[in-house]
Design a protein. Structure first.
Length: 336
C-alpha cells in the first residue's frame, strides 16, 4: 500500500517511515527539507534495506502535489509537514499559519482532485490548552490555545472536521501527540534540532554530550509532586506504531477519528533529568529557573480510546526513551 508521507524526512516522519516499511507499506515522502537533512534517507535505507521514493518540494505547491498523486496509486496520506517551534510561532505568525493551515488546505484540495480521501494528521495535545482535569480524554475541551503554533493545529483540526461534515466519504484521523521523545534503538536516527533546543529531552541530551553547560529547569513551584512540570513523554517508536495502527484500523473507514497518542503516565522534569543521568552514566547539570511563560503544570493522556479502537498501546518505558536518545546523541553528537 502506497502512502504519501508529508514531512517524512523529519523526526517523527522518518521513524514512522521505518516502521511502515517494516509493516509492508510503501511510504512516498514529500519534504521541503526546511527542518531536515537528506542524510535521513540513507539512514532509513540502512535500517530497512529500502530507500523510499523522495520528492523535494513544498506542500503549498499544488501543481507539485498533483504531480505526485498522478504518478502513484496513493491510498492514504500521513501529514506531518509543518512548523513546530512555539516561540518562533509567536514571532512569525504569518509563516506558521501559511505553512500549517494553508499547507493543509492545499494538500486536501490536491487529495480531493486525485480521489484520495484518507488523511492522518499530526495534531498535538497543545489543542487542549491548560486542562482542567487530567488525564485528558479526546472529549476534553479544545481551542484554549496559548500561541500561534497551537492555534494553527486547532485551526487545522477545525478545517478538517468541517471538510468531513461537508463530504462524509473522507476518512480523517486527528492524532493528538503528547510529548514525543527518544530515537530509533539502533542509535542511527533521532531528533536533530537546529539551534538551541526548545524541548526538554533534546536539551538534556545536548548537556549530556557536552554541547551545553546546564539545563534550565523552568519552574519548581508548580502544584506537582516535586514542583516541576509534568508531561506524558512517549517514545517516538511507539508514536510511529500508532500511525500504522490508525491507518489499519480506521484509514479506510469514512469518519472523523480522533485519538490521543500518549502513554497515560506523567513524568516530571526532575524525573526525566534523573532517568537521563542513569542512561548516560553521569548526572545532568541543571539549575532552577523561573517558570517559562505559557507553560502549564501538568498534562497527560487518557489512552483508553486508542487502545480500544486502534488496538494500540505505548509499550516503551522512560528508561528506553532516555537510553535510545543517549545512544543517538552520543553516536551523532552534532546530529545528521
Ligand atoms: P520536524 O520538523 O522534524 O518534521 C517536519 C518535517 O516537515 C520537516 O522534515 C520539514 O522539513 C518538513 N516541512 C515543514 N514544512 C513543510 C512544507 N511546507 N512542505 C514540505 N515539507 C515541510 O517535526 P516533527 O517533530 O517530526 O513533527 C512532525 C509533526 O508532528 C509536525 O506537524 C508537528 O507540529 C507535529 N507534532 C510534533 C510534536 C513534537 O514534539 N515533535 C508534538 C506534537 C505534534
Ligand atoms: N522544560 C525545562 N527546561 C527546558 C525545556 C523544557 O524545564 O529547557 C520543561 C517545561 O517547562 C515543561 C517540560 O520541560 O515542564 C516539557 O517541555 P517541552 O518544551 O519539552 O514540552 P511542552 O512544554 O510543549 O509540553
Amino acid at each position: 500500500m502506497k502512502v504519501l508521507v508529508t514531512g517524512g524526512m523529519g523526526y517523527i516522519g522518518s521513524h514512522t517511515c521505518v516502521q511502515m516499511i517494516e509493516a509492508g507499506m510503501e511510504p512516498i515522502i514529500i519534504d521541503n527539507l526546511c527542518n531536515a537533512k537528506d542524510a535521513v534517507l540513507d539512514r532509513i535505507e540502512a535500517l530497512t534495506g529500502t530507500k523510499p521514493q523522495f520528492y523535494l518540494g513544498d506542500i503549498r505547491d499544488e501543481a507539485f502535489l498533483d504531480g505526485g498523486f498522478n504518478q502513484h496509486d496513493i491510498k492514504a496520506v500521513i501529514h506531518f509537514a509543518g512548523l513546530k517551534a512555539v516561540g518562533e510561532s509567536v514571532a512569525k505568525p504569518l509563516e506558521y499559519y501559511d505553512n500549517n493551515v494553508n499547507g493543509t488546505l492545499v494538500l486536501a484540495r490536491s487529495m480531493r482532485k486525485a480521489g484520495v480521501k484518507s488523511i492522518v494528521f499530526s495534531s498535538s495535545a497543545t489543542v487542549y490548552g491548560d486542562p482542567e482535569v487530567v488525564p485528558i480524554t479526546e472529549d476534553s475541551p479544545t481551542g484554549q490555545t496559548t500561541n500561534p503554533y497551537g492555534r494553527s493545529k486547532y485551526m487545522v483540526e477545525e478545517c478538517l472536521s468541517d471538510l468531513f461534515n461537508a463530504e462524509s466519504d473522507w476518512s480523517i484521523t486527528l492524532l493528538r501527540y503528547f510529548n514525543p521523545v527518544g530515537a530509533h534503538p539502533s542509535g542511527t536516527m533521532g531528533e536533530d534540532p537546529q539551534g538551541i533546543p526548545n524541548n526538554l529531552m533534546p536539551f538534556i541530551a545536548q548537556v549530556a554530550v557536552g554541547r551545553r553547560e546546564s539545563l534550565s529547569v523552568f519552574g519548581n513551584d508548580y502544584p506537582t509532586p516535586d514542583g516541576t512540570g509534568v508531561r506524558d513523554y512517549i517514545h517516538v517508536m511507539d508514536l510511529a506504531d500508532g500511525h500504522i495502527a490508525a491507518l489499519k484500523a480506521v484509514g479506510e473507514k469514512a469518519g472523523l477519528h480522533i485519538y490521543n497518542l500518549g502513554t497515560g503516565k506523567g513524568s516530571s522534569v526532575l524525573e526525566m533529568v534523573d532517568a537521563f543521568g542513569k542512561a548516560c552514566g553521569a548526572p545532568i547539570a541543571y539549575e532552577m529557573c523561573p517558570r517559562r511563560p505559557g507553560d502549564i503544570a501538568e498534562c497527560w493522556a487518557s489512552t483508553d480510546k486508542a487502545e480500544r479502537e486502534l488496538g494500540w498501546k505505548a509499550t516503551r518505558s522512560v528508561a528506553e526513551m532516555t537510553a535510545d536518545t543517549w545512544k543517538w546523541q552520543s553516536n551523532n553528537p552534532h546530529g545528521y
